[in-house]
Design a binder for this molecule. Sequence first.
Ligand code: AMP
Ligand code: GLY
Length: 420
Amino acid sequence: MNILVLGSGGREHSLAWAIKQNPKCDRLIVAPGNAGIAMLAECADIDILDGAAVVGFAEENAIDFVVIGPEAPLAAGVADALRAAGILTFGPSAAAAKLEASKAFTKEICDACGAPTAAWARFTDAAPALDYVRKMGAPIVVKADGLAAGKGVVVAMTLAEAEAAISDMFGGSLGAAGTEVVIEEFMAGEEASFFVLCDGASVLPVGTAQDHKRVGDGDTGPNTGGMGAYSPAPVLTDAIVEQVLAEIVRPTVAEMARRGAPYQGVLYVGLMIEHGHARLVEYNVRFGDPECQVLMMRLGAQALDLLQACAEGRLAGARVNWAEDHALSVVMAAKGYPGGYAKGSVIGGLDALPEDSFNMVFHAGTAAREGQIVANGGRVLNVTTRGASLAEARTRAYAMVDAIDWPEGFCRRDIGWRAL
Ligand code: AMP
Ligand code: GLY
């Protein structure tokens, strides 16, 4: 099989790593890829938001299967273009990707199918939104409707914060993403993520995870794209997973099919758990980053079979072979992230690290320069490990972190604390 993966982060490095281990994979191309991905696959510099360009590239290279990593090409309809050209594709249509691209759409789907989630209201003007938050009081959550690269949600602990968020969003701070605003009830509890493959009708759970969104140890400081993750998430007990499948996931999948937008791909189910009951926080229409890295570490080569069964509509007969294992990923970021940071610092010590089914350094934002690996983004490396226990995985991960020579980088030292 000739396989094309779209994306350039640690998520796509881990997808490529798992796919490459499967003997079905003959040729593997990642577009655009990064310096770590280039060590295990061919990289191709194409515009992955341009459906026609991706189809053209796939046809020229006799690609049999395309796996789409990030949300932007999905929202742009790249999966639709590929399927219209008869190319097997993993990832939802633009119509189904609205589950991530529009917060109000997701809330409508929840209401239509009775999925438990925070109470909400939608606004297209600042004045009624301000009236509403003054009536409801804080804490309250203000969200830009559209895709805002993780910057569209303000969990306002005071009324003043909520008012400022509303003024900013309608003032154009997030561009078109903020022309509509969703205001939600604040949900207390513990957050966790649940990942299911969906082929339009059947669903197959592929793991649970928790990430660490704050930049500092002890969950302090500003929000980031994620500073680390581990799988499984102990808070998602079998009973809660059953509740989530019965009350949230299956009703959503049925409602999407009923609307003529069947969901095919991975559904990232962001949950808030309180008193043994889960409510939906959000859907994403792609694997999480760095949650994907821990899931791929646990699934290994079978990931390709599962993604293919999903794309071919064969999930009803598919199953996951679970090991009794735990995986953990520590994000190493450039100093200054999530604020301003420098690019181009040299990262040493990578060559001496193990690369096997228990230890992998996935590259998130790196480039190769004169034979060296240099930092090329905010989140730069994902040191990812597996073990018989989470504690064992964590010991391995920090041993690798400590062997990396990169004075311009930093990481959290407490990934996994909640579960340990
Ligand atoms: P979202 O992009 O919708 O996942 O929101 C980003 C983060 O904001 C979530 O991971 C939660 O930590 C937080 N959040 C979003 N909605 C709520 C809510 N209704 N109550 C409490 N926290 C929320
Ligand atoms: N780690 C959070 C996300 O991928 O959205």
